[in-house]
Design a binder for this molecule. Structure first.
Ligand code: ADP
Ligand code: MG
Length: 257
């Protein structure tokens, strides 16, 4: 093929939104000549490269849209450090079924136990499974909702939060909400009920949730919805970093003897 025609072919592929094929074409042509593969295999390889590039960019988009504060994949979570963790359940949550069935997940434990890390890791797995995922702190979400109400865009924002397949609400319990804040958060969770999964991390036992939401009746209604079809993951162990530094100290003390 002449250089001009080759360029036109490349343009055609781009017009057809086959940008990876356009990008890879020349290399694949060269390779096909060298190896002598047939036309069918050649076009097959090109389509595979296009599909791979698309699924990669889709994953990147999912991760970008999820707005994780830090990218902490599953592989970076040390399971040996948390022998009390229900591994069977944790593994199940790396899959699709709980999101497809709109089940919720609540991580309950002390500060530093690794709740945010686990929620992020599971959120990344959800992105890999092509679920629309969003990570936000409770405090951040409440502020967004209050602002949206002031700007009269509340309904639109709530609808956006309802559409995510998995909504991760980090750090429930550190900051109590105003009455308005509680009501707005309640509204989001009520609207999502049985439409999508919610994953919450909290340091508070359920009995103490009224302190955060203020109103006892509303807290009851909220807990009723959230805990219905929910996996509760207890993380009663001490802070990971604390355990690590104690281990270090013990190691040094051992050396000094
Ligand atoms: P929490 O949200 O429960 O307060 P984090 O998830 O923020 O705790 O964990 C505190 C720090 O310890 C983070 O830097 C986190 O990556 C790390 N960490 C906690 N548990 C583990 C673990 N099992 N393996 C590796 N790092 C961990
Ligand atoms: Mg945390």
């Amino acid at each position: 093929m002449k250089a001009g025609a080759l360029m036109e072919l490349q343009e055609n592929l781009k017009t057809l939104n086959l940008s990876a094929m356009a990008r890879n074409m020349e290399g694949f042509v060269r390779q096909a000549r060298e190896t002598g593969i047939g036309y069918d295999e050649f076009i097959f390889n090109l389509t595979v490269s296009e599909l791979q590039a698309r699924s990669e960019s889709r994953l990147n988009r999912r991760i970008r849209e999820a707005k994780f504060p830090l990218i902490k994949p599953l592989e970076t979570f040390d399971l040996a450090a948390v022998p009390e963790l229900d591994l069977r359940l944790f593994r199940e949550l790396t899959g699709e079924s709980y999101i497809k069935e709109h089940r919720n997940v609540i991580f309950l434990g002390k500060s530093g136990a690794g709740k945010t890390h686990m929620a992020t890791a599971l959120g990344l797995e959800a992105c890999k499974n092509n679920f629309r995922t969003r990570f936000v702190t409770c405090y951040g979400l409440v502020n967004e909702l209050i602002e949206a109400r002031q700007e009269r865009t509340l309904q639109r924002l709530i609808q956006r939060y309802v559409r995510y397949d998995l909504l991760i609400l980090d750090e429930l319990g550190y900051v109590p909400f105003s009455r308005e804040g509680s009501e707005l958060l309640f509204q989001v969770l009520a609207e999502r009920h049985e439409k999508g999964s919610v994953m919450i991390t909290t340091n508070l036992g359920f009995a103490d949730w009224t302190q955060i939401f203020g109103d006892q009746v509303m807290t009851g209604a909220l807990l009723d919805r959230l805990t219905h079809r929910a996996h509760i993951i207890n993380c009663p162990w001490d802070s990971y970093r604390l355990k690590q530094s104690l281990k270090e100290k013990r190691k040094h003390a051992g050396k000094e003897k």
